[in-house]
Design a protein around this ligand. Structure first.
Ligand SMILES: *[C@@H]1O[C@H](CO)[C@@H](O)[C@H](O)[C@H]1NC(C)=O
Ligand SMILES: *[C@@H]1O[C@H](CO)[C@@H](O)[C@H](O)[C@H]1NC(C)=O
Ligand SMILES: *[C@@H]1O[C@H](CO)[C@@H](O)[C@H](O)[C@H]1NC(C)=O
Ligand SMILES: *[C@@H]1O[C@H](CO)[C@@H](O)[C@H](O)[C@H]1NC(C)=O
Length: 469
């Protein structure tokens, strides 16, 4: 009886203290925010805005369309690139992406503490420290400017609740989930295999702690996600993870604008090669990394060689791809040795670290573009090969399945396969089905790429933003 009343007392005590502390922090925060908030402003939280990667293309494309649709607003970009002036950053956006921005209503808010979000400072518990670093950086941003509309386009989850509390409308565009379903399930499955031996009991505890840490972080991430009023993601893969981690149903896909113009202009000679020289050209584009599964491509080449030769065709496979390091070189040597064993060296052509013009030449000759990676997040090379009029044959998973090789206006735009045999059958089918059918696939495949074009991005972005404007 007495114990319970103590508990009650403690509860009522903290029940009183916690709200007081929160109020002491939040009321001044809120008052200061209201005082600072500038109307008709949009703030993009993108500390690495001068990096020139895919994320930056989305940033500049988004600002461009918003400048056009809502010219009365002023656009601020929170940037940690303190050494680059506004002119330099805008120039780079133009040179790198061909995106022209109106300099009159865009400004940069420089952040001094960007170093806090660099992973190298946190060898342990990187995820949580980076997220906290992101919060502190967001507070610096808040101190410098509180906009009407706050858009996080780089993925600092704790910035979202900070600005929501400050009274901004909050939007996030996610390229990559900070914590993914795969991470949780990986640790969970490892935990199961650890109970195998008592000598690794220690690893068992470690693994348990790690799992607990991941779940704790997933909880924090979920809270952060609640603060966002509009959530956009860059593809189906990210959407699946965000749906799960944030338990939301309103996560919209807005594909980053892909620049495939150059590939659409490639003149394909694959059909005349097939007609004149009876050559079936296969092409594989991708870095020589293990997950790309080049071995399967060799096996498929081996298996289609005979049936095609019976029908009077020659077959060739060109493997074009980047070799980054010694490991990749070693992989190439191993693949070459395997090809030798299979007796397909003659049919195989290597184009390693090709310059762009040579890649274009290969694409123009290719009848079929073959991709064997399992669960690729997206597959920009699949999109490019499609633009260049090759017939796509990709693994039935990941981005190719969910985003790219999807029927367009009820028309087939390419093929997906799972097993070695299926790949072989599909190649034979593509060769058999004749030029007319192939041209139809090409036509709709190229048309379907408008899904990833700038016009589609602009339309969807404005649509989503419109929900809070
Ligand atoms: C989304 O972003 C991730 C991480 O940068 C990337 O791996 C993926 O390919 C992107 N998806 C699309 C559709 O561009
Ligand atoms: C169990 O542990 C042994 C050695 O510690 C290891 O070789 C074996 O693969 C483990 N088995 C499983 C199912 O994890
Ligand atoms: C570890 O335990 C789980 C469930 O407790 C069990 O399903 C699994 O087979 C075990 N693994 C090993 C290697 O003993
Ligand atoms: C292709 O995708 C399927 C289904 O996602 C997968 O089970 C299979 O292992 C993949 N095949 C290869 C060769 O990677």
């Amino acid at each position: 009886m007495e114990r319970q009343s103590v508990v009650e007392q403690i509860l009522s005590y903290t029940g009183y203290v916690v709200p007081t502390i929160l109020a002491l922090i939040l009321i001044p925060f809120k008052l200061f925010s209201d005082y600072k908030r500038q109307s008709n402003t949009v703030g993009f939280f993108h500390p690495y805005c001068n990096a020139g990667g895919g994320g930056e293309r989305v940033l500049w494309a988004a600002i461009r369309i918003m400048q056009k649709k809502f010219p009365e607003f002023t656009y601020y970009v929170y940037s940690g690139d303190t050494d680059a002036t506004k002119e330099q950053i805008l120039l780079k956006a133009r040179q790198r992406f061909g995106i022209e921005l109106d300099p009159t209503n865009i400004e940069f808010v420089y952040l001094k503490w960007r170093t806090l979000v660099e992973a190298r400072h946190y060898p342990r518990l990187t995820m949580i420290f980076q997220a906290l670093g992101g919060l502190v950086l967001a507070l610096e941003a808040w101190y410098r400017l509180v906009p009407d509309l706050f858009i996080d386009s780089m993925g600092y989850p704790l910035a979202l609740p900070a600005f929501r509390l400050a009274g901004s409308r909050v939007i996030t565009y996610v390229h990559y989930p900070t914590i993914s379903v795969d991470m949780l399930s990986l640790v969970e499955s490892r935990q199961e295999s650890f109970n195998n031996s008592s000598t690794i009991a220690q690893s068992n505890i470690l693994s348990w702690l790690k799992l607990w840490y991941y779940h704790f972080f997933a909880f924090i991430y979920w809270i952060a996600g609640l603060a966002a009023q509009v959530v956009m993601v860059n593809g189906s893969w990210t959407q699946r993870h965000i749906n799960y981690m944030w338990k939301r149903r309103d996560v919209r896909i807005v594909y980053p604008p892909c620049d495939v113009e150059a590939f659409l202009n490639i003149e394909s000679v694959a059909e005349s090669l097939l007609e004149d020289t009876k050559t079936v050209r296969l092409l594989s584009v991708g870095q020589i990394r293990p997950e790309k599964n080049h071995m399967l491509q060799l096996e498929v080449l081996h298996d289609v060689k005979e049936p095609l030769e019976k029908k009077g065709y020659k077959v060739e496979l060109c493997i074009a791809g980047g070799c980054r390091n010694e490991e990749d070189q070693e992989r190439v040597r191993m693949l070459k040795a395997e090809a030798e064993k299979m007796g397909i060296t003659e049919q195989l052509k290597w184009q390693l670290n090709v310059p762009y013009e040579d890649l274009v030449a290969e694409l123009s000759k290719a009848l079929i573009s073959i991709h064997t990676m399992h669960n690729e997040h997206f597959g920009i090379s699949v999109v490019e090969a499609m633009a260049a009029s090759t017939i796509i044959l990709s693994n039935d998973s990941g981005g190719p399945k969910m985003d790219i090789v999807k029927n367009f206006e009820q028309h087939c735009v390419g093929y997906l396969s799972v097993t070695r045999d299926e790949y072989v059958e599909t190649i034979l089918k593509i060769v058999e089905e004749g030029r007319e059918k192939r041209d139809e696939i090409r036509k709709y495949a190229r048309k379907s790429l408008t899904r990833f074009g700038e016009a589609a991005f602009d339309r969807l972005w404005i649509n989503e933003i419109g929900r809070v404007f």
